[in-house]
Design a protein around this ligand. Structure first.
Ligand code: NAD
Ligand code: IPM
Ligand code: MN
Length: 369
């Protein structure tokens, strides 16, 4: 097989800081596991706007379509708050997701034993937690038309976004959730608001139909998304795979992040349909954003981004055993007591820097050989 290609889009704020640590990990796999990647780098978000006047240049979009996987840091920041909506940093990321057709966004929330005490929830609520949120990523209210801000008949300004889902869009993300569930706890909970939204009624019907016709052996339940948020905090271990729409998935995955201790811990994989080579188009990124409040201070937790690379090893490069190795290395440094600032309790302590955390994970990888 030719050397697999990886496009790195570090982006803004802490994006480049956490990506520097991922580069150490990538280099380690090249040097120590004979797993070399053809890595290229480009700009996205505010960093791209500063150079090109757009948050994603066409050439970068084309490169993203060609590589085996894209690894993204984060986009956005206060410097870009007043830009026209069409060129805001976030639009660059949304364009990547839409044009690569990455409809299935996997957001696992796992609570490492060493952090069980740290969650804002009681230890027995989160200890051993391992759930997977599957967020629809290319449709729904993020992309529905009509949209915009206009002046209505009464001369008043009006902001409009439209929640819109077709049957096939719902069916394909449902399938991806059922497939994952078969390899995990065999349970899917679908979340929408069928009590108030027609798109929710359709969502529930289609998920049920896909289940009955194709996955009758997977346990399926339905829940209103607001109640789902409450249940995630009350007893998250009742869930295995949660499948939900674009907006609810955005909110629920941030809630799930706090079950793991910090937003700095949550990785994600955004996958398309399998291509001819059997692999999906894919983009891997941490769930967190550019964290402007801590950017440039060496405080960012690189683990979410490093675990996103582990997901790339698993889902794009058939390297499940090496993904396990990397996840175990992360577990080990946490068990050894290493903590970035976001993982310190209110009583404080001595946090390590972003780069010290990256170095410790590399050392743990070395120790795994
Ligand atoms: P955020 O995720 O950037 O930050 C929320 C809080 O979590 C902050 O206090 C931050 O310091 C902390 N945090 C986040 N990641 C961390 C890490 N790795 N280590 C330690 N602490 C971490 O969300 P926000 O403040 O709402 O958004 C800031 C900017 O990021 C906005 O422009 C937003 O649009 C953008 N954003 C981008 C993405 C993305 O690129 N995928 C995701 C979310 C938000
Ligand atoms: C995320 C982010 C993005 C989203 C933004 C930055 C476009 O919040 O990936 O969770 O809303 O999807
Ligand atoms: Mn989000």
């Amino acid at each position: 097989m030719s050397t697999p290609s990886l496009l790195i889009l570090a982006g803004d704020g802490i994006g480049p800081e956490v990506m520097t640590e991922v580069r150490k990990i990538i280099d380690w796999f090249g040097a120590k596991r004979d797993l070399a990647f053809d890595v290229s780098e480009d700009l996205v978000g505010g960093a791209a706007y500063d150079v090109h006047g757009v948050p994603l240049a066409d050439e970068t979009m084309a490169k993203a379509q060609e590589v085996d996987a894209v690894l993204l840091g984060a986009v956005g920041g206060p410097k870009y708050d007043d830009l026209d909506f069409s060129v805001k940093p976030e639009r660059g990321l949304l364009r990547l997701r839409k044009e690569m057709d990455l409809f299935s966004n996997l957001r696992p929330a796992q609570c490492f034993d060493a952090l069980a005490d740290f969650s804002s929830l009681k230890k027995d609520v989160v200890a051993g937690l391992d759930i997977m949120i599957v967020r629809e990523l290319t449709s729904g209210i993020y992309f529905g038309e009509p949209r915009g801000i206009s002046v209505n008949a009464n001369g008043e300004r009006e902001g409009v976004n439209t929640q819109r889902y077709t049957e096939s869009e719902i069916a394909r993300v449902a399938r991806s959730a059922f497939e994952l569930a078969k390899r995990r706890g065999n349970k899917v909970c679908s979340m929408e608001k069928a009590n108030v939204m027609e798109s929710g009624i359709l969502w529930r019907e289609v998920v049920q139909k896909v289940h009955d016709e194709e996955y009758p052996d997977v346990e399926l339940s339905h829940m209103y998304a607001d109640a789902g948020g409450m249940q995630l905090c009350r007893w998250p271990k009742q869930f295995d795979v949660i499948v939900t729409d674009n907006l609810f998935g955005d909110l629920l995955s941030d809630v799930a992040a706090m079950l793991t201790g910090s937003l700095g811990m949550l990785p994600s994989a955004s996958l398309g349909a399998p291509m001819e080579n059997g692999r999906p188009k894919a983009l891997y990124e941490p769930v967190h954003g550019s964290a402007p409040d801590i950017a440039g201070q060496g405080k960012a937790n690189p683990i979410a981004c490093i675990l996103s690379f582990a997901m790339a090893l698993r889902y794009s490069f058939d390297q499940g055993a090496e993904a396990d190795r990397l996840e175990k290395a992360v577990e080990k440094v946490l068990a050894d007591g290493l903590r970035t600032a976001d993982l310190m309790g209110p009583e404080g302590g001595s946090p390590v820097s972003t780069s010290a955390m990256g170095d410790a994970i590399v050392a743990a990888l070395d120790a795994s050989l």
